[in-house]
Design a protein around this ligand. Structure first.
Ligand code: SAM
Ligand code: 2KA
Ligand code: SF4
Ligand code: MG
Length: 238
């Protein structure tokens, strides 16, 4: 059974390689990390287990199909860390129904079924998250995805230290499409679910990041905002 925090959509993918694409999100519950700026702690901390539903692949797809109007759609698996869940059957059943699957994970745990994903976003955490980067685990995820899954690297940047870390990390994986995303330093939290982020401050952060890569003559990464935050601020389920 799969721990599910929420299923929502269709909305657009607001981040990374598939930005702008209509998608239904399946957000699993439970995470092996506790990032200092995590925007989805309600899907991370065990105290919210009571809000999560234990679902099988069929029940999840029934809900996805209701939301998509019965049409095949891109299903985005996020969390929490979806790599902690048994998702192989969901991928197999869902593919048979014509859906495609993308997943977001920090790269701390590999699963054999990564090679059944259409797209895998690996988002290892920068120093500002206070979480470790374990290279051997990250590389196990890359190996598990294999040649048939499109893999991209999405790095959150809060400050100059994160930026330097991202440059060094990216240099070790020159073949991976690379996305830089400014950190939302004022996400909604369980204590402040209605908290609004300052969009002007986010824009300033985004400008800084663009200037940072261009003054470095670093022309490899795509610099992208969290589009859903620009549209809906910190709202949940969009
Ligand atoms: C909520 S996480 C869930 C999937 C997985 N645990 C991970 O971190 O990749 C989805 C994406 O949101 C990013 N994210 C989380 N909090 C953020 C914040 N405050 N600002 C910008 N990006 C954030 C993560 O880095 C990750 O790329
Ligand atoms: N629209 C939208 N795009 C997203 N991209 C990654 C998200 C996530 O929380 O994993 C997310 C999300 O929650 N909403
Ligand atoms: S790894 Fe992802 S879900 Fe887990 S705490 Fe960090 S940002 Fe949140
Ligand atoms: Mg999010």
């Amino acid at each position: 059974m799969i721990a599910v925090s929420e299923i929502f959509g269709p909305t657009i993918q607001g981040e990374g390689a598939l930005i702008g694409l209509p998608t239904v999100f399946v957000r699993t519950g439970g995470c092996d990390f506790r990032c200092s700026w995590c925007d989805t702690l309600y899907a991370v901390e065990p105290r919210f287990k009571k809000d999560w539903q234990s679902m099988d692949a069929e029940a999840i797809l029934t809900e996805v199909n209701q939301l998509s109007g019965g049409e095949p759609i891109l299903v985005t698996l996020s969390g929490g860390n979806p790599a902690l869940q048994p998702l192989e059957e969901l991928l197999q059943l869902g593919h048979r129904q014509g859906h495609r699957f993308a997943m977001e994970t920090q790269g701390s745990k590999a699963q054999t079924w990564f090679n059944q994903l259409d797209h895998l976003t690996l988002s290892p955490k920068p120093p500002s998250s206070d979480m470790p980067f374990r290279r051997e685990r990250f590389e196990s995820c890359l190996a598990a995805a294999g040649a048939d899954t499109n893999v991209s690297l999405k790095l959150v940047i809060a400050d100059e230290v994160d930026y330097q870390w991202a440059r060094a990390l990216a240099a070790d994986y020159p073949h991976l499409p690379l996305y830089l995303q400014p950190c939302n330093t004022a996400p909604a939290t369980p204590e402040q679910p209605e908290r609004e982020t300052d969009l002007d401050a986010l824009n300033t952060q985004l400008r800084w990041l663009v200037e940072r890569v261009t003054t470095d003559h670093w022309y490899r990464p795509r610099v992208l905002p969290q589009l859903h935050v620009l549209i809906w601020n910190n709202e949940r389920g969009v």
